[in-house]
Ligand binder design. Sequence first.
Ligand code: HEM
Length: 193
Amino acid sequence: MKGTIHYCLEELMLEKYGQDAWENCVQLMGYEEGFSFDLAIRDDIDEKESINLFVKAAEAANVSIPQIFDDFGEHWCCVYAPTLYGAFFEGSNNTKQALLNLDWVHSVVTKKIENARPPRFHYDQLNEDVLEIEYKSDRHLIDLFISLIKGLNKKYGDHSMIEKLSEAKIRLTFNVDETKVIDRSAVEVPTEA
Ligand code: HEM
């Protein structure tokens, strides 16, 4: 996976959990002291190593993996990507618009970054407020995808409800009354027979 993901995780660790937590993560990963992904954002990092980095980051910060995914989603959407890839957010004023742009964003990234193999998305707009998205990636990181959507909700101050329908599909309901939003992102909702 592209090093930009790793560098965002490093930045988040430093900003939210501090230098010691990041150094601890570096040590758990077996990297040299003082290691940074800052010059590696376009590099291809081994897939297993990439997942392991999230696991070790959680361990070093003493939080759960779902928590580190949520932290990453928030940092990517609210801080890191707007700074580095701001143009991709232009024209999007809410979570729904940003999500509908996502497949285009990732396909453009594919063209611009050599060897990129980003996830792709297929949309099924059931009505104005309900959108189902099929997540297509052999990395099977739908939980990270969900955390990134939570990050978009934070960025735009939205309260869209996220339901995980399977390991490859989610349902979003927009414009839900804030007090009625139930976090069902971790719960698999049985599909109708
Ligand atoms: C400015 C916006 C964005 C850019 C430029 C961008 C770019 C990228 C890049 C370069 C990768 C690594 C791909 C690879 O290694 O081949 C990636 C991975 C990923 N992106 Fe984005 N991204 C953006 C926003 C988002 C948002 C908002 C979401 C979800 C709501 C998202 C979901 C994901 C997921 C889940 C992955 C993990 C890889 C996988 O599942 O296969 N991205 N993105």
